[in-house]
Design a protein around this ligand. Structure first.
Ligand SMILES: Cc1cc2nc3c(=O)[nH]c(=O)nc-3n(C[C@H](O)[C@H](O)[C@H](O)COP(=O)(O)OP(=O)(O)OC[C@H]3O[C@@H](n4cnc5c(N)ncnc54)[C@H](O)[C@@H]3O)c2cc1C
Length: 393
């Protein structure tokens, strides 16, 4: 494993970091061929799809090892994409691997695993609080051998250019339990009635291709019964199952962001002088920022590793508090570390000469997607307080 991690690190240093300035300066679609070349190199070096089994061209890494890889790839905004472990595809791959039918795996998972197509995930809706994903307006109504989907989704990351969308729609409005109302469907994006209405601008960027966030409309969008993933009414549970490991992947990626920010902060602090012979690194405040950032990043890394160990030992449900805790703890560390790194760089930090400004803008969403901080904190507090309540009699 140590050797493999060293190979991932060398790939980032030798191939991805030199490509980074180009990617930061252009829309994703304008540098697609250069990024594809990097993807070819990832394959050539045996680094492709670490999360997938060998039968799907991957390295069959257990989650603990994949988490370490994720921290290395997280050091650059293109790391995960280069190795085909980028959200939302990684979550869709894991979902189809665990719950896809043989036909769904052959038609959708296989080309996704090979990097021939991309996908997106449509759960959040403009008219309903995304924080409460059992409350959806989009419906799927059975009509003979088909399901007819109507509704609107937004913030579907990577929707532009995606070949299919995994969609959550209400199939049993009268279900006894709210989390049994929805089912999950695969909707090919060339299905009549499916439309990408627009790319939503996020933090000043319209986004393109993989880096887009789409608003989607479904108008009498008809898919065959075989488009359903898993059982009818299981949509919410499948979405939760998809998001659990997804939160771990994100957290380790954010630790990679912290590692790189500290690296950039140290290099610049040594290079930049405020007067002849007086580098920023001599200033006590900068030294403290470096020291605090290192301590907080290491604490976050150990917390995520510990969560992965628990998740693998006892399963997602029993580890739900730890998953929630890392989901709000790690972004808070990342924000602090990025802010210090930006401050050390002065005005230069706000340019696109480093990935810091890009991360500052786009990783702010970390405190919102896959459950806003407040929702996770509320859940942890609820489960903690429950231990102090008298048993119900
Ligand atoms: C960059 C980005 C990418 C995304 N990608 C996808 C994607 O690919 N697919 C997809 O389906 N969705 C995606 N989303 C949507 C994301 O999952 C939602 O934004 C998120 O679930 C929050 O839902 P909302 O925006 O509707 O906020 P709301 O639910 O309206 O909440 C607004 C705010 O209210 C507060 N709040 C909400 N509930 C509670 C509570 N119970 N207690 C206390 N406070 C509360 C929180 O502070 C929250 O930020 C993405 C979002 C962003 C920003």
């Amino acid at each position: 494993m140590t050797d493999l991690l060293a190979r991932y690190a060398a790939f980032v240093d030798d191939v991805l970091l030199p490509l980074e300035p180009l990617v930061l300066a252009h829309p994703w679609t304008a540098v697609a061929s250069q990024i594809d070349t990097a993807r070819q190199e990832a394959r050539h070096r045996g680094l492709w799809a670490p999360h997938l089994p060998a039968a799907f061209g991957g390295l069959a890494m257990p989650m603990a090892e994949f988490a370490e890889v994720s921290a290395i790839l997280g050091r650059t905004p293109i790391g995960h994409y280069a190795c085909n472990v980028q959200a939302p595809d990684v979550g869709n791959m894991e979902l189809l691997l665990a719950h896809g039918s043989a036909e769904q795996q052959a038609r959708f998972l296989r080309p996704l695993a090979a990097g021939q197509i991309r996908s997106c995930f449509g759960m959040t809706e403009p008219a309903r609080a995304g924080s409460n994903p059992v409350w959806l307006d989009t419906t799927a109504v059975r009509d003979g051998e088909a399901w007819v989907i109507n509704g609107r989704k937004w913030f579907a990351t990577s929707a532009e250019g995606a070949s299919f969308c995994v969609v959550l729609a209400v199939t049993t409005p009268g279900a006894a339990k709210p989390h049994q109302r929805a089912s999950m469907f695969i909707v090919p994006t060339d299905t009549p009635g499916y439309a990408l209405a627009r790319n939503i601008p996020v933090m000043g960027h319209v986004g393109a291709g993989y880096a887009s966030h789409g608003e989607l409309t479904f108008t009498d969008c008809r898919v065959p019964a075989s488009a359903m993933i898993g059982a009818e009414g299981a949509g919410f549970l499948l979405a939760q199952e998809r998001l659990g490991p997804g939160r771990v992947h994100h957290c380790m990626r954010w630790i990679g962001v912290c590692d790189r920010a500290i690296d950039l902060m140290c290099r610049y602090a040594l290079r930049r002088e405020t007067a002849p012979g007086e580098p920023l690194a001599y200033k006590q405040v900068v030294r403290h920022w470096i020291a605090e950032s290192r301590a907080e990043t290491e604490a976050a890394r150990l917390f995520v590793r510990d969560t992965v160990a628990k998740l693998e030992r006892v399963g997602q449900r029993a580890a739900r508090d730890e998953i929630s805790m890392i989901k709000y703890f790690v972004p808070s560390v990342m924000q602090k570390v990025l802010d210090r790194a930006l401050q050390v760089h002065g005005g230069y930090g706000l340019t696109d000469a480093t990935p810091l400004a890009n991360w500052w803008a786009h990783e702010r969403a970390a405190r919102i997607y896959d459950g806003p901080d407040e929702v996770h904190k509320d859940a942890v507090a609820k489960h903690t307080l429950a231990q102090y309540l008298p048993p119900r009699g």
